[in-house]
Design a protein around this ligand. Structure first.
Ligand SMILES: *[C@@H]1O[C@H](CO)[C@@H](O)[C@H](O)[C@H]1NC(C)=O
Ligand SMILES: *[C@@H]1O[C@H](CO)[C@@H](O)[C@H](O)[C@H]1NC(C)=O
Ligand SMILES: *[C@@H]1O[C@H](CO)[C@@H](O)[C@H](O)[C@H]1NC(C)=O
Ligand SMILES: *[C@@H]1O[C@H](CO)[C@@H](O)[C@H](O)[C@H]1NC(C)=O
Length: 606
């Protein structure tokens, strides 16, 4: 048994030794066979460009791979692709990650490399062998590996002129490793490992733009250094610390502004000038040339509507009853006057006592029980009504009077405010909510600077679209206000994912995903929301309205609002005038007829 094992070992040694160069197809086939067996690969894909390999060599390779039923790739799927193949099929829809790609290229600048990068999107962990036909200089090799790293081939073995073998170690900087004797390597280490936990101080340039609360600059008081802060910023900070990555932050200005400009950021990534953008952003317009992380959060966008529609104080006395109640009251009064006073009980003693015009003089002696009861009922009703009115008035004076918040589109269109939007928002809003006509009259389109300035300072002249996450943050500003500035309506659209933007097949993607999962499980988001708020407040990106409100209240010292009493006083004067006239009429009447002395009159306004 032991001997057999030794023999097998010797045999395998012999096989590997025999593959010191791939001049002949069967040597390459042997090597592939061994790699396939060790890594238990499920498939092999051979890609070549015109002139990169002899057709006879390729035929031999195919034959050698398939010839023997004990070969690893004997019955496994094989795929051959050339650079002529224009189909848009991606390899990842056909094969899993346990595949080996064999790419034949003429030289380090062959277009087939880019084609492979495009086709093998999502398969960057996969072992990939690049067979360059032409001999390349050391300098060219360095550039070639830098290109491979830029295209994020993480497990690449490069064979130049069928006999020189190269690997790379990308951390902390891309380093080319010349492999003297392939046979001296453990087969597990022939291809570099795709994933690393420690990036060993890998330097990464990160563009930073301002987007409170997701990303902004923060000056650390202790170290006096500018740091990345914000909901997205903190996460990226922590992740990079965890991975041992050195961040090279830079202020990314576009046209003289550092406000978030997602189009410019994605362009930067597509051009290869940045690997990752630390900006958590909704993916309304996604770009296929950029990868996105898992949605960190999913949130709808709703409208925040100003609450500054306080009802004029001069109308307070009319408020306790709504219009139907007033009408009802008027109706009851008319019925009482014309039906009871004039018809049914023209001589009721009660009316006379009250001094109602048209009532007969007070008569004592003959009281009917029915009349007494109805008099009592009416008195009681008036009593209830008066009580109700005064209770409602006093209770409404003790709270601030605010109209009912608009929670439907129709109600929102009736509000006297315009909706401040960015040009990119218009389509998204109208597309999901409809009502293009009404919206077009309501929209006030502005640029990113004005929009973000007005929204963060909660300028109460506009309605703004805002995501729930951002609202939670902005709402902090008014948490101490007795009278809030804005409320968050239920008029929403979408549920938009909030994602980070990465280079295609970025080596940071999986680490980021794992980290996101842990952060979410630990519920760190809520904690970071408050941390970010404190930092943003300290840096002056936003105000806390509590102190401002106190100031306003101190400046507007009004111990007694006299204008509140004006309508009440005028109502009283009207009543006084009316009763005066009634009094005069009655006096004239009684003096003119010379009957009995006038009864005691009372003002209804008393
Ligand atoms: C197939 O491979 C085995 C072991 O490598 C070898 O003994 C056998 O001769 C081969 N058969 C053919 C037809 O090449
Ligand atoms: C980060 O990388 C540097 C450079 O390789 C190394 O000296 C340091 O120990 C690493 N730090 C951690 C925490 O692994
Ligand atoms: C910068 O401004 C110029 C001129 O106003 C404009 O054409 C260009 O698109 C702007 N660039 C970006 C990235 O917005
Ligand atoms: C932005 O605000 C400034 C100052 O208030 C104003 O002059 C400018 O016209 C505004 N821009 C837009 C696009 O509304």
């Amino acid at each position: 048994m032991y001997l057999q094992f030794l023999f097998a070992l010797l045999m395998s040694r012999h096989q590997i030794v025999a593959t010191e160069n791939f001049d002949r197809a069967f040597e390459l086939a042997l090597f592939l066979d061994r790699i396939g067996r060790v890594h238990r690969l499920h498939a092999i894909t051979i890609v070549n460009s015109v002139g990169s390999v002899d057709p006879s060599y390729l035929d031999d390779l195919h034959r050698e791979l398939m010839c023997n039923s004990s070969n690893h790739f004997y019955l496994l799927p094989q795929m051959t692709a050339t650079d002529k193949d224009c189909s848009r099929v991606r390899f990842n829809s056909l094969q899993d990650e346990e595949t080996i790609y064999l790419v034949f290229a003429r030289d380090s600048k062959d277009a087939v490399i880019y084609l492979q990068a495009e086709r093998a999107r999502g398969r960057r962990y996969t072992r990939t062998m690049f067979m360059l036909r032409k001999q390349e200089s050391q300098k060219d090799m360095k550039y070639f590996f830098e290109l491979l790293w830029k295209l994020q081939f993480r497990s690449a073995l490069v064979v130049v002129a069928a006999r020189n073998f190269y690997q790379m170690d990308p951390y902390p900087t891309v380093r080319v490793i010349r492999m003297r004797r392939l046979s001296s390597y453990d087969p597990h280490h022939v291809f570099p490992p795709a994933n690393r936990r420690n990036f060993r101080g890998y330097r990464m340039r990160l563009p930073v733009q301002q987007d409170v609360p997701n990303t902004f600059w923060y000056k650390n008081r202790r170290t006096k250094a500018w740091e990345l802060a914000g909901l997205g910023g903190i996460l990226i900070n922590q992740l990079m610390m965890h991975l041992n990555v050195t961040m090279d932050l830079f202020r990314f200005e576009v046209n003289g502004s550092t406000l978030l400009n997602m189009a410019a950021l994605t362009d930067l990534i597509v051009e290869g000038k940045a690997e990752l953008s630390p900006h958590l952003y909704d993916t309304l317009q996604s770009n296929t040339n950029v990868d996105y992380s898992y949605p960190t959060q999913v949130a709808p966008r709703c409208f925040m509507i100003p609450l500054d529609n306080e009802i004029s104080r001069s109308l307070y006395v009319f408020l306790p009853f709504s219009l139907p109640m007033w009408l009802c009251l008027l109706f009851v009064l008319l019925v009482v006057h014309f039906v009871y006073v004039r018809r049914l009980m023209p001589d009721g003693p009660f009316w006379a006592l009250l001094g109602v015009p048209g009532a007969g003089p007070v008569k004592y002696g003959h009281r009917k029980p029915g009349r007494g009861l109805s008099t009592f009922l009416i008195l009681f009703g008036i009593f209830i009504l008066v009580q109700m009115y005064s209770t409602k008035l006093t209770s409404s004076l003790t709270v601030t009077l605010i109209r009912r918040p608009a929670n439907s589109l129709e109600e929102m269109f009736l509000l006297p405010y315009r909706i401040l939007v960015l040009p990119t928002d218009v389509y998204a809003i109208v597309d999901s909510l409809g009502h293009a006509m009404q919206f077009s009259t309501k929209f006030s389109i502005t640029d990113a600077h004005n929009f973000s300035m007005k929204r963060i300072s909660m300028d109460p002249n506009y309605i703004y679209p805002i995501s729930t996450i951002r609202w939670r943050f902005f709402d902090f500003q008014q948490r101490f206000l007795r009278k809030k500035r804005f409320y968050f309506s239920k008029i929403c659209h979408g549920s938009f994912p909030y994602q980070y933007q990465l280079r295609v097949d970025s080596h940071l993607k999986d680490a980021l995903h794992r980290f996101l999962l842990h952060v979410q499980q630990a519920g760190l988001d809520d904690l970071w929301l408050e941390t970010s708020y404190r930092k943003a407040h300290r840096m002056g990106y936003l105000k806390d309205f509590s102190t401002l409100a106190e100031l306003e209240e101190k400046l507007r010292l009004r111990p007694l609002a006299l204008n509140l009493l004006v309508p009440a006083f005028s109502l009283f004067l009207c009543g006084l005038l009316g009763s005066g006239i009634a009094f005069l009429v009655e006096i004239r009447h009684s003096f003119g007829c010379r009957q009995k002395p006038p009864s005691i009159n009372r003002n209804p306004g008393d």
